[in-house]
Design a protein around this ligand. Structure first.
Ligand code: SAM
Length: 389
């Protein structure tokens, strides 16, 4: 353990399956059933020591680790470990804080009190938020993201690359005249959001966001405000039940399904199994007219099956977020059959029209994305149109 100015963390290993941590602010924790090896334990000691050294001066607890410990207590103290076995944190529960601090009154009123937020489990939307550097995430999400990043250090950059693809493809769609968007798997707001990009080109554009995570919906409803000339709606629906999406009042009220609609499923399809993903795409495309479009991304092993990204996918799955990487042949069969792919077709995400400029995203620092390779990102991207016949 590093020699700290104030020795404020002490770890002991009473049995091979448990660790006791005496944390000066968060109290005593017993981590059980985690099967750590010496290297894991050293890492944990090091991280706790560094964090507490950095934030030893007084509460409120604000370092990621301290916040993780505090959230752990609040959320009932269960988590998962890299060993795919449940991690149970046992200890005093000093603060009866059962809900995250809402970011706005609207969030508090509309969603949080009744929603089952499942804060003790990692969730794809919140892990993605961690990877994007957002703040709408909790300890289980941060643990999962941390483990993924340790195995695949480029994952946060890949997440930003995916966001960049969404910006470019929506810009291109709006520039080609699309003024109606149905975004499935909307994600936690991260500016610029889809409607902002679309409305920067066509201010009257209408966008309906769909997600099934209560935190996404709470934050989306509070933060994603439309240009007054256009409209934005939010649907709480499961992508595995596309009929529910089509039946949602917001879809019926905001979108004219007799005119072309741009369907976006960026960062979503790899969270659905083949049957669900195929049903989603075909059901939605069946409901919209010829000339409509589908934009999507998809994690793939094609760029390096044994690379770090593939391992990271396994880690997502182990953390309770099953992922379904797909080959180009799978993507063509499941999602592109009968559609007309637009240039440049199904390509590594970085190579999807990289020159498109997105004025609203110009402030984002993309310098570190320039060195990324297809294997770092391991995602395909495509835009395709529904043909007339
Ligand atoms: C990686 S995020 C993508 C966010 C955004 N589309 C983007 O490109 O930045 C995936 C989103 O899909 C949502 N999601 C996953 N499974 C879903 C399902 N079965 N139904 C609806 N949304 C789902 C998650 O809640 C999350 O917000």
């Amino acid at each position: 353990m590093p020699d700290l100015p104030v020795p404020i963390v002490r770890c002991e290993l009473p049995t091979p399956d448990a660790i006791v941590i005496d944390h000066p602010m968060a109290g005593r924790f017993v981590l059980v059933d985690i099967r750590v090896d010496d290297a894991d334990l050293d890492r944990l000691r090091e991280r706790l020591a560094v964090e507490t050294e950095l934030h030893a001066v007084p509460p409120p607890l604000c370092s990621p680790t301290a916040a993780m410990l505090r959230d752990s207590i609040a959320a009932g103290m269960t988590a998962r470990t890299r060993t795919r076995r449940p991690l149970v944190l046992v200890g005093a529960a000093p603060e009866p804080v059962a809900r995250p601090a809402p970011t706005s009154p609207e969030v508090e009123e509309s969603f949080l009190p009744d929603a089952d937020l499942l804060l003790d489990r990692a969730h794809s939307a919140r892990v993605y938020d961690v990877l994007l550097g957002g703040k709408t995430n909790y300890w289980a999400d941060r643990i999962a993201a941390d483990e993924i990043v340790q195995i695949a250090p480029t994952t946060p950059l890949a997440a930003r690359a995916q966001r960049g693809f969404m910006h470019r493809v929506v810009t291109e769609l709006a520039r080609s005249g699309f003024d109606q968007f149905l975004d499935i798997g909307a994600g936690i707001p991260s500016e610029p959001n889809l409607h902002q990009v679309a409305q920067s080109v066509i201010p009257t554009a209408r966008v309906v966001y769909v997600d099934n995570d209560p935190i996404v919906l709470a934050h989306a409803a509070a933060l994603m405000t439309s240009d007054p000339r256009g409209a934005v709606g939010y649907v709480d629906a499961d992508a595995r039940k596309p009929a529910d999406i089509l039946a949602a009042p917001q879809v019926r009220e905001l979108l004219d399904l007799d005119r072309p609609v741009a369907i976006s499923a960026v960062g979503l399809l790899h969270f659905l199994d083949d049957e669900d993903a195929h049903r989603l795409v075909t059901t939605l495309l069946d409901a919209v007219p010829a000339g409509s479009a589908l934009a999507f991304s998809q994690v793939t092993p094609d760029f390096g099956e044994h690379g770090a990204m593939a391992t990271a996918m396994a880690q997502f799955t182990a953390a309770g977020m099953p992922m379904f990487p797909r080959s180009a042949a799978d993507v063509h069969r499941l999602f592109l059959d009968g559609l007309e792919p637009a240039e440049p077709g199904l390509v590594g995400m970085l190579r999807w029209r990289p020159a498109v400029e997105v004025p609203l995203a110009a402030h984002l620092d993309t310098a570190d994305l320039a060195a990324l390779t297809d294997v770092d990102v391991s995602m395909y991207a495509a835009l395709a149109r529904k043909p007339a016949h």
